[in-house]
Design a protein around this ligand. Structure first.
Ligand SMILES: Nc1ncnc2c1ncn2[C@@H]1O[C@H](COP(=O)(O)OP(=O)(O)OP(=O)(O)O)[C@@H](O)[C@H]1O
Length: 342
């Protein structure tokens, strides 16, 4: 299998816009733990870029370095053209953060939370009111602007977090598992805002997720495992590079069928949940050959590779397992933009 692990997106030459995120040789260690072990990547302006990987792969650590909440052990990163170590304040001014743990003040109203954020960012007074109106409208919370945040549902809080992340018109929005714990309707709503945002504000979105449908939305995704990028490409290119279609077959005797298929047709097989799976480059054309072998086929189905298959190829696990594992709060809250650095 040959999957690409390229740091630079193709087709960028000539656009004249610097990359939104540029990372080279990034390393982060915590004592003996090598959380990030040499990451290179380049995210172009306006891109929706996804980070996928198992628990502990180093996704959050990388994002926290990009957001200036952690200092790299080695390597360099630039966000919106600014160095994350040397130009920390400028980086913070140009990014928005939405993390899975809420950092809203529950005892303030939605509007007060936003005004507080505007103060921290030193937004010009004249801009604050109209911008609050705009972001509240975008996330559908205009009529709840004077409600205390503690009266909000989980989905409403997340929408308010997004509004807050956008208030200062960032160039790059970091979303670290933004939909964990949300119901399907709230997840769909949140993605509606992200799509609208990208259309209206030409923002770059850098996302981590455990959900396959969210990964599918990305322009490109990087699969991260054990602190390294194993593959980086568009979802369709990644799926194509995994190669074979999967032909799931149930026969009268699967063990005998498997041996026969391997021997006579020279193809690879696997077992998934006990079911015989034949890996074939063109599944539909392959099916008649099963019958030609004289097998008693009880059922057969063909599926093309999914991102889950790509994830499995690179990490040895299914995304769905990760999704289940990530059902609860995964880690302690990180500091907001004004917070300290570990
Ligand atoms: N502050 C810290 N001190 C010590 N070790 C840490 C710290 N933060 C992260 N690590 C370790 O670094 C590794 C990478 O963690 P990280 O949170 O970046 O993974 P992740 O890919 O975001 O995982 P998840 O999907 O579970 O959020 C893990 O082994 C983790 O235990």
């Amino acid at each position: 299998m040959t999957l690409t692990a390229l740091g630079t997106p193709s087709g960028e030459a000539g656009t004249g816009r610097p990359p939104a995120v540029e990372v080279s040789g990034l390393v982060k260690t915590f004592g003996d733990v090598e959380a990030v072990r040499g990451i290179d990547l380049s995210v172009r302006a306006g891109e929706l870029f996804g980070f996928l990987g198992p628990n502990g792969a180093g996704k959050s650590t990388t994002i926290q370095i990009l957001c200036t909440l952690l200092r790299p052990t080695a390597g360099a990163a630039r966000v919106a053209g600014f160095d994350v170590v040397r130009d920390r304040t400028e980086v913070r001014r140009h990014i928005g953060l939405v993390f899975q743990e809420t950092t809203l003040d529950a005892h303030l109203t939605a509007e007060q939370n936003l005004r507080f954020h505007a103060d921290i960012y030193g937004m010009p007074k004249a801009e604050v009111g109209p911008r609050i109106d705009a972001v509240l409208e975008m996330v559908g919370l205009t009529d709840r602007r004077r409600s205390l945040v503690r009266t909000f549902s989980g989905g409403m809080k997340r929408r308010l977090e997004i509004a807050r992340g956008l208030l200062h018109s960032p160039r790059v929005l970091f979303l670290d598992e933004p939909t964990i714990g949300l119901d399907p309707e709230s997840r769909a709503g949140l993605w509606g805002y992200v799509d609208r945002l990208r259309a209206e504000e030409d923002i770059t979105v850098f996302l981590t997720t455990h959900y396959m449908d969210e990964a599918e939305r990305c322009d490109r995704i990087a699969i991260v495992d054990s602190g390294r990028i194993g593959a980086l490409d568009t979802p369709s290119a990644l799926k194509a590079s995994v190669g074979a279609d999967r032909v799931r077959v149930r026969t009268a005797d699967d063990d005998a069928a498997e041996a026969l298929v391997r021997e006579r047709l020279g193809v690879e097989t696997a077992r998934e949940d006990g079911v015989l799976v034949v890996l074939a480059p063109d599944g539909e054309r392959f099916v008649p050959r099963l019958f030609e072998l004289g097998l008693t086929v009880r059922s057969v189905s063909v599926s093309r590779p999914t991102l889950d298959d790509v994830f499995l190829a690179y990490t040895g696990a299914r995304m769905s397992e990760r999704q289940a594992a990530a059902g609860g709060p995964a880690r302690s809250p990180v500091a907001g933009p004004a917070g300290g650095r570990r």
